[in-house]
Design a protein around this ligand. Structure first.
Ligand SMILES: CC/C=C\C/C=C\C[C@@H](O)/C=C/C=C/C=C\[C@@H](O)CCCC(=O)O
Ligand SMILES: [Zn+2]
Length: 624
């Protein structure tokens, strides 16, 4: 029986096999309205109610093909929304099926949807809508069993004046009539989609805007606003190689298409693995392909997360830890092992930061936290990603290396493809695979693993992995030199310290990131030192978002006020939470920065996606 503490649906009585959406997009009222038709199957006897998750959606009617059904919306749970309780008027026996048709409309409070004004897009001419359903926001886009334990196929007809794209395959489009909107002089079109593979509700995704697509590979297209199409097509040209490398490592890619959608800057994450159409932040468009590891990550989700899915958010590491592990395998094969190890070092630092932020005994630093009564967005951090990765990395080494572990990884995907699993399922198969293929010797090794500390313990992992630090050494050494340059008498100059632009000339952008992080671990440098560093390395002018973030954080830690306007500019034009949240949090902590951080957020609140706005408001102590 599936268990999911973050869903109010009667998961033990019914499952949804298919959803068909018939929705109209109204940019004037910022409302999606129409029908959701759910194909439901009883998985127990005597089922007379269907309970679905909803959040802030306006339910207008519920019916079957034959009759109207009585329904009631339960009182709102602040975190999980309002249960929609549908009285079937008869009892279903196990295996019986029924179709319910729910007429509904979204409201301004639906947290999955961000409606952008034309001014908030790159082109500034057309409005834009996009959704983000992970973890539990699908219930604000449609009434559904909003739990990753339920996997269903879906189809959709989306009627809109601008192009629609979805986490599905486009199977047709039909022109209806000319738009009557004063701003959008386009034909109203119905775009028809089909997702034939079973997916959890959090992977249902929609975007509508002035979108153009360009082929970047035999099964891939990049979609975005025309103004950024060229740059996006150039940046993501390695997409097919990532997919092929994933196929060599695991199993054939099973989703047909792999397209990318580059969203406006308010997209709250680096990437979201929506099947057939990964959503990515425009902050990846560095102009040098240096940030495309995120695409390798999203492609890796095609196997881990999208085929093999966590049963509930307490086992999120099964999605993310596995995906980071596969992502780094892909990078290792394509660019060399020193690059994947370097990424692991960077990841380890991110894990330390997450643990420090929560506190090392906080329950959310456990690999499998208890989420009963919790909002998954509050539990989100690098922990499931990096502690999960570290567990798999540790197991690989402990069990005998890639010769043993890579066949296991493939078998894991084959064994669980199409299913939702929890950590017990994962561990049971790991044991049985190792015993069946390599014998008792591996079982003995598995028995030596400190499972309790790895899976339930809080804080940093119980065992330390050693990563190859070839690419990190130069970064550490340069940061040490800056640390040692503190004794230099004022004025702090290039001549006296011996620093020059050449120091970082051969650094990759990730090496510059690691250098800045290493400096960030030291006692804050003096403002004269920061002035010099900026003059020599031109850091304030860097466009690369990852470098920019670390530079800003370093300066904020030193209360270096010259950076404050830059921080305000960055955080108010970049909605990716990886950037906006630590920037505003650090500004809030910096000398004379608290008011500025709050002001910045409040002034630009409508720029942020609702998920980001909620989290930032909490970070800044504006809400609980
Ligand atoms: C143990 C954690 C428990 C629950 C978390 C479950 C879901 C988290 C929810 O907040 C949604 C997360 C969506 C993530 C999407 C993409 C990320 O991989 C992006 C990572 C950050 C970035 O690079 O911007
Ligand atoms: Zn991921």
């Amino acid at each position: 029986m599936p268990y999911d503490p973050t869903s109010q649906s009667n998961l033990n009585e019914i499952k949804t096999n298919h959803i068909h959406l018939d929705l109209t997009v109204d940019f004037n009222t910022k409302v999606l309205s129409g029908n959701a038709e759910l194909d439901i199957e009883a998985i127990a006897d005597q089922v007379s109610y269907i309970v679905l998750d909803t959040s802030h959606i306006d339910i207008r009617s519920v019916s079957t093909a034959e009759k109207m059904l009585n329904f009631e919306l339960g009182s709102r749970n602040e975190k999980y929304g309002s249960a929609l309780i549908i009285n079937l008027g008869k009892a279903l026996e196990k295996g019986n099926k029924t179709k319910v048709i729910i007429e509904y409309a979204t409201t301004q409070y639906c947290s999955a949807c961000q409606w952008l004004e034309p001014s908030q897009t790159v082109g500034k001419k057309y409005p834009y809508l996009f959704t983000q359903c992970q973890a539990i926001h699908a219930r604000s886009l449609l009434p559904c069993q909003d739990s990753p334990s339920i996997k269903l196929t879906y189809s959709a007809n989306i009627t809109t004046p601008l192009r629609a794209v979805m986490s599905a395959v486009l199977i047709g489009e039909e022109k209806c009539h000319q738009s009557e909107s004063s701003t959008i002089a386009a034909a109203i079109t119905t775009y028809k989609f089909e997702q034939k593979q079973r997916i959890p509700s959090y992977l249902i995704a929609l975007a509508v805007g002035n979108l153009e697509g360009r082929e970047i590979g035999p099964r891939s297209m990049v979609w975005t606003e025309p103004e950024v199409l060229e740059a996006a097509a150039w940046e993501f040209i390695d997409t097919e190689e990532f997919i092929r490398t994933g196929e060599t490592l695991l199993t054939p890619y099973s989703w047909g298409r792999y397209d990318l959608l580059v969203l406006p800057a308010s997209f709250p994450y680096g990437g979201m693995e929506n099947p057939c159409l990964t959503f990515v932040t425009p902050s990846l468009l560095a102009g040098d392909r240096s940030l495309v590891d995120v695409v390798a990550h999203e492609i890796a989700h095609s196997w881990t997360g999208n085929l093999v899915t966590t049963e509930n958010w307490e086992h999120f590491w099964l999605n993310e830890g596995f995906t980071v592990f596969v992502e780094r395998k892909i990078i290792g094969r394509m660019k060399g092992k020193e690059h994947s190890e370097f990424s692991a070092i960077l990841g380890h630092k991110a894990l330390q930061e997450s643990v420090e932020l929560y506190g090392s005994s906080h329950p959310f630093t456990a690999l499998c936290p208890c989420l009963r009564g919790e909002d998954p967005d509050d539990a989100f951090s690098r922990v499931p990603y990096e502690k999960g990765f570290n567990l798999l990395y540790y197991l690989e080494k402990h069990l005998g290396g890639p010769e043993v572990f890579e066949p296991y990884l493939r078998a894991h995907v084959r064994q669980f493809a199409g299913q939702s699993i929890n950590t017990n399922d994962w561990k049971a198969f790991l044991y049985s695979f190792m015993e069946g293929n390599f014998g008792q010797e591996k079982v003995d090794l598995l028995n030596k693993v400190n499972w309790d500390a790895w899976l339930s313990g809080t804080g940093m992992p119980p065992d330390d992995n050693m990563f190859d630090d070839t690419l990190a050494r130069a970064c550490t050494s340069l940061s040490k030199k800056w640390d040692e340059s503190r004794h230099v008498a004022q004025p702090v100059t290039a001549e006296k310290t011996g620093f020059s632009p050449v120091d970082i000339k051969t650094f990759s952008s990730t090496q510059t990131v690691v250098f800045l992080e290493k400096v960030g671990e030291l006692e804050p440098l003096s403002h004269e030192h920061l002035d010099l560093m900026d003059r020599l390395y031109q850091l304030t002018l860097v466009k690369n978002s990852e470098i920019r973030l670390r530079w800003h954080l370093l300066c904020l830690k030193a209360n270096y006020k010259k950076i404050y306007p830059e921080v305000v500019q960055f955080a108010s034009t970049m909605g990716r939470m990886k950037f906006a949240r630590p920037l505003l949090r650090s500004l809030h902590r910096a000398k004379d920065g608290a008011e500025l951080a709050r002001e910045t957020f409040l002034k630009h609140k409508s720029f942020y996606h609702p998920i980001a706005a909620t989290m930032i408001a909490k970070d800044l102590g504006l809400t609980k």
